[in-house]
Design a protein around this ligand. Sequence first.
Ligand SMILES: [Mg+2]
Length: 401
Amino acid sequence: MAKPSVAVPEVVGAASAAQAACPCPGTTLFPYPPPRGAAVVRRKCHQLLQVELGGMGAAGAACWGVESMRASSPTHAKAAAALAAGVDREDERAAAAWSARHPSALGKFEQIVAASEGKRIVMFLDYDGTLSPIVDDPDAAFMSETMRMAVRSVAKHFPTAIVSGRCRDKVFEFVKLAELYYAGSHGMDIKGPAAAKPPSSSSSSSSRGHAKAARNHNANKGGGVVFQPASEFLPMIEEVHARLVETTRGIPGAMVENNKFCVSVHFRRVDEKLWAELSESVKAVLREYPKLRLTQGRMVLEVRPTIKWDKGKALEFLLDSLGFADHTTVLPVYIGDDRTDEDAFKVLRRRGHGVGILVSKHPKETNASYSLQEPAEVMEFLLRLVEWKRLSRASLRLRLQ
Ligand SMILES: [Mg+2]
C-alpha cells in the first residue's frame, strides 16, 4: 500500500512558520487560486506574516496586528451592516465567481459521491464553526443534539475523526461520541477509539515519521491510537498559559484557554478598542519564548510550538496509520471553516484526491474544492451521505438476491 510522507515534527523558524501559513496566490504553498482579488489577499497575507513575526520585535506591531485580527474575525454585526449597506456589482461578480470555483457541496452532492465509487469515504470534521456555531463564550460552543445524531450516524458508516484546535478532552466533552477519532490541539494530540489499530512502524517513505509515532504511541488503556508529537512542549505551554492569564487579566473580556499543546487567547468578547493592547501583551510574553509562535484564527490568537505539525499533518497521520492511505480504495472528505483547516485542504490538493469543503458564508481564499455556508448545511450534507449509503447498501442487497 502506498504510504504518504508524514514529516517528522521539527522546530522551524518563525519566519518559515509564517510563510507556511501564507495564503498568497502564486506561491508554491498556495499555488492555484485564481488572480481575482489577489492584491487584497496579498495585503492580508502581509498582515498575517507581520503578526506571526510580531513577537520578534517588528516595529508598529500593534497597528498591523489589529488590522489582521479584524480581517480574520468578521462579526455578525459587521456582516449585517455590510448587507444593509448593499453590495456593489463588482462584489456580486466576485462572489459569483468564487461560488463557481467552490460550489456548494450540497448542490454537487452527486458529483462528490460519484468520486467515491469503489472507495471508502473517511470523514474529517472540524468542530467550532463547523459542527457548532461560533458563539461569544468559547465554553458554550455546544453542538445541537440533532448534529450529534448526524455525526453518530455518519460514524456508523464511515471512519470519522474530529480535528480541532481545542484541547482533545474539551472537544470530546462537546461531542460526546466515543466511537470517533479525536485530533485536538491542531492535531498535536491524537487519540482513536479503543478498537483502532496502532500506527504501523514498518512504513517506508515515512519511516522517520512513523518511528516518531511509534515512540509516542502510548499504551493507553483502550488500546487505541495515541500520538502526541509535541509532548516535550507541555511544561513550556503550562508556563506560558499562566503568564498569559496574568498579563491579560486587566483586559475585560479576554479569555485564555489552555489547549494542552497550544494556548488560545480569545478576543471575541474584548472591545475592539482594546485589541491592540491585547495583541501587544501577548506578543510581549512570546518574545521570551522563541520556540513558540503566534498564529491567528477567528476571534482568537493562538500560541503553538514551532514544530511542523498542523491539521494537514494530522490528516496524513490518521490516513496513514489507520490504513487509509491508498487513494485507490479511500476517499477522504474534510470539512472545516478556519484558516488552520487550510493545511488539511492543501494536503488533499497535493495528494490529488479527497474532498475539501470550506464552511463559510463569505468568499475567501481557500484550498477547498467545495463550500457549505454554515453548520446547518454541514448537518444536511452528513445526513445526505448517510441516506446515500443506506440506499446504496439496499440496492446492492437487491442485486445480490
Ligand atoms: Mg473551526
